[in-house]
Design a protein. Structure first.
Length: 181
């Protein structure tokens, strides 16, 4: 049976490679567009990021829920966050390299500001304490354990707050509260 619009998700879940090819052929342009938005001048990272997105779709298709989101929205969110991860890796790498050798402009600073603004917009539906926890863990890359100590909480309590916060953020994004423009 051929892979088509009606059966490609079912076939992806069965790990049919033809279904992944269908996704690449039909959604690849959209994913590239999203990746280009975040990695516009980082050509060396774009192809790797796109491959990571496809791998993530392949490995995580079981977590896709047709009742909560469209497939298109789901893969767009994956592309966005993979792009942001690659951008963070680039920014971290650029901090450790010799600035004279890089010959870069102010673009990374602008991108870092944009990422911070996007991050703040995403966590906006959370309570202040939860926002602070999200900043520590996901923006400052502080461990759950260290974050728990800093907030005088158990590690389990931090995990629960993060889990609930992710749910609130997901709901916020799916209900159109987050505008990625």
């Amino acid at each position: 049976m051929n892979v088509n619009e009606k059966n490609f998700i079912k076939k992806l879940r069965k790990k049919d490679e033809k279904a992944l090819i269908y996704v690449i052929d039909n959604y690849g342009w959209l994913l590239k567009k999203i990746i280009n938005k975040y990695l516009f001048n980082l050509e060396a990272y774009k192809e790797d990021c796109l491959n990571e997105v496809f791998l993530s779709i392949w490995n995580n298709i079981e977590s896709f829920d047709e009742n909560r989101s469209t497939f298109k929205n789901w893969i767009c969110v994956i592309a966005k966050y993979k792009s942001i991860d690659y951008l963070r890796k680039y920014l971290e790498k650029s901090k450790t390299e010799n600035i004279d050798e890089l010959n870069i402009s102010e673009e990374p600073k602008k991108l870092e500001i944009e990422i911070k603004e996007e991050f703040e917009e995403l966590i906006s539906p959370l309570k202040e304490k939860d926002k602070a926890i999200f900043r520590k863990i996901f923006y400052d890359d502080i461990s759950y354990e260290d974050t728990a100590k800093e907030f005088n909480m158990s590690k389990q309590a931090v995990y629960k707050r993060v889990s609930r916060g992710k749910g609130k953020i997901k709901e916020y994004v799916e209900n159109g509260g987050y505008k990625n423009e």
